[in-house]
Design a binder for this molecule. Sequence first.
Ligand SMILES: Cc1ncc(COP(=O)(O)O)c(C=O)c1O
Length: 327
Amino acid sequence: MIVDSPFDVHNDNLFFRLTDFGPGFDVFLKLEGLNLAGSIKLKPAVHMIEKLERRGVLRPGVSRVVESSSGNLGVALSLVCKAKGYSFTCVTDPNAPLATRRLIAAYGAELVVVGERDENGGYLHTRIRYIRRLLASDHSFVWTNQYANPANPESHHLSTAAEVDAAFPRVDWLFVGAGTTGTLGGCARYFAEHGPETRLVAVDTVGSVTFGHPAGRRHIPGLGSSRRPEILDLANVADVVLVPEAETVAACWEVRDRYGLLIGGSTGTVLAATRRASRDILPGDTVVAVSADLGDRYADTVYDPAWVREHIGVVPSPWQLRPTEAA
Ligand SMILES: Cc1ncc(COP(=O)(O)O)c(C=O)c1O
């Protein structure tokens, strides 16, 4: 296979079987970290940029791209912008893993780390306020705006959801983490059209306000938001499950120890949610979960016991991850 651009290097058809992950069921983990940006965010990055190009909004050598990202979209846009000749400014916060920040800088992007927490205890409002000031002061900046841009969910409707559908004769359950809700929205629309029997479960972190729950401090990047994303669409979402960060870490450690697979933080959250929903999952059901990235960028956080002790606290043993009511 010969490719001409770095964002054509990917493998979208790999599902890692976690045998007996839940009581009586396997989980098929759709690995989205197998591309050069290392995460699912390469898909919306390419699609958002190419749609802006088609509309004539982005012009190489003139336009400068800006985005707010806790890391993964930042890496993906750094790669895509470098390949296409745009300068890129990534506005991020102290929760973004150091390794991710270094990668963004390595691509030559400008990195702005805001330090002030917003009124909900997160950083999103602060990041957005920074971008609005930038756009007002310099008209060469173009904001991809992943929280409001319909090209974000559209990219998953065209790829992620269609790839899940093509891999199995029937999907009974699909667990998807919610950050911007782009993956969730794209899957929801796709399965409403092509597989209404599939039960789509949105997974979020305790402390996120996306689904109307109280705000709180969160430490693991990827899922959750301190403001409701404009693109959020709850039509065709069967359940919402909220997972505390201690369970996220427990699931990550369990997958490492049982299967030898180092998954990213949000994948642990999504897998913990399958356990929480397991009372409703019937033997023989096909359960698919989307894994947004792998664990290599979490060596200093989720997989560092000292970091976990300081920021998360006590991690439940796997056998304590028993089914509970969905949040
Ligand atoms: C690791 C990780 N997991 C999950 C998500 C959530 O994806 P989405 O923004 O499509 O909701 C993100 C988004 O940046 C992410 O970086």
